[in-house]
Design a protein around this ligand. Structure first.
Ligand SMILES: [Zn+2]
Length: 406
């Protein structure tokens, strides 16, 4: 049963969260402007600001402006260079440990190789050891170290603290990973699916004023996606929103996918699929330019070279790259008709290649009316988020929780 005391604490937490998130989004603001923005009384605002200053979460930056009526307004700012969080990211065959300041600065980042189906408890112990070593040898100041954010591939349990399935990254099902990290480190820990963590970091670092819906697609080894409406990331009833990489696109005779099916989008549109398809047909006649670029060596074929060859007019390379762009564009058009996102943010090195990007943009225009134009954009943080996302998970949780770890 909730008591009046709980409600008061809840309201206080909510108001503190609103102040912290507004200072993050807009930069410096005076007490008066914050109070007007958030609908707080001047007295309430003064009290919250005093508390947050006392706790070292915000500071008065010394700049003073007149409010027009001759009264002075002191600007408040987040002390985000004096707050940091640890990050742990767990993928297939490798993990990473990191520390990230609340302003997005990476303090350390280390990749740790893991066996496939890594034993869960031992892996937590191993990663905690790496964290401890890195913290001890890091020359930069952490300021206040808030907690740990974990980003893991796969499906998160309903409690938000358990890894239900990591698709062979960890050798465990329903593994209470937050409890395990908390037991080893004594630090408060939060958990998210890895693509959702990337989306959270993208939204946090973008500081967009307008809260809109974002469909975020990451094209790395595989293809993953997540969908946010305002500040909330939708998970779906089975916590599998949005597995776009495993939409079946080839009805019969498609290549097998690691998910166990065949003919998934990922098997023709991921960078690995583009490379493998080109390796399979590499020859002087079918892919003359790629053949020249690689001296006929299959092992020298990279996704970037296939796209370079396509750009140079290599018919075989073009066929593979165009089919990938077309399949991905078709999937994104379905997203627009189904979900109507404010923007589709594409994350991954492949989107930086001019040939792939122009083919994708051209294909998304085919067959749609103006009301369903695909709002494509490249991530502003391409290549950077893997290092930041896990640590920022905790910082975002901390701000949303009113600047409290509990
Ligand atoms: Zn699949």
């Amino acid at each position: 049963m909730r008591t009046e005391g709980d409600n008061m604490i809840g309201l206080k937490r909510q108001n503190r969260a609103a102040v912290l998130l507004s200072l993050h989004r807009y930069g410096g603001l005076s007490r008066k402007r914050l109070a007007a923005l958030l609908g707080l009384t001047p007295a309430a605002m003064t009290k919250i600001a005093a508390e947050l200053i006392e706790e070292g979460l915000i500071y008065e930056d010394g700049s003073v402006r007149s409010d027009g009526a001759g009264r002075r307004e002191i600007t408040l700012r987040l002390a985000d260079q004096k707050l940091s969080a640890l990050g742990v990211s767990i993928g297939l065959g490798k993990a990473s440990v990191s520390a990230v300041r609340a302003d997005g600065t990476v303090l350390f980042f280390e990749t740790v190789p893991l066996p496939i189906r890594a034993p869960a408890e031992q892996t937590v112990q191993l990663l905690c050891n790496h964290l401890t070593e890195q913290i001890q040898s890091c020359k930069q100041s952490f300021g206040k170290l808030l907690g740990i954010g974990i980003a893991v591939r796969g499906v998160i349990g309903e409690d938000g603290r358990t890894v239900k399935s990591s698709y062979d990254a960890l050798d465990a099902e329903d593994f209470p990973i937050c409890d395990s990290f908390e037991k080893h480190t004594g630090r408060s820990t939060v958990l998210s699916n890895n693509v959702r963590a990337l989306l959270s970091a993208e939204a946090y670092l973008s500081r967009d004023e307008k809260s809109e819906s974002i469909f975020f697609l990451r094209c790395g080894t595989g293809i993953g996606a997540a969908f946010a409406v305002g500040d909330e990331i939708l998970e779906g009833d089975r916590r599998q929103c949005a597995e776009i990489g495993h939409i079946p696109v080839i009805r019969r005779g498609g290549k097998p996918c690691h998910c166990g099916k065949s003919g998934c989008l990922e098997t023709i549109a991921s960078p690995a699929a583009i490379r493998e398809d080109a390796q399979a047909i590499l020859s002087e006649t079918e892919t003359p330019l790629l053949w020249q670029m690689t001296n006929g060596d299959r092992h020298a074929v990279t996704t970037g070279l296939v796209l370079d060859a396509a750009r140079g007019g290599d018919a075989g390379a073009m066929k593979i790259a165009d089919r990938a762009a077309e399949a991905l564009a078709d999937a994104l058009k379905s997203v627009v008709y189904l979900m109507d996102p404010g923007k589709i943010v594409l994350y991954g090195e492949i989107f930086e290649h001019p040939y792939f990007w122009s083919r994708l943009a051209a294909e998304t225009d085919v067959g749609v009316d103006a009301a369903h134009a695909v709002p494509l954009e490249k991530s502003r943080f391409n290549g950077q988020l893997e290092r930041k996302a896990a640590g920022l998970l905790y910082t975002i949780h901390f701000y949303r929780n009113g600047g409290m770890t509990e």
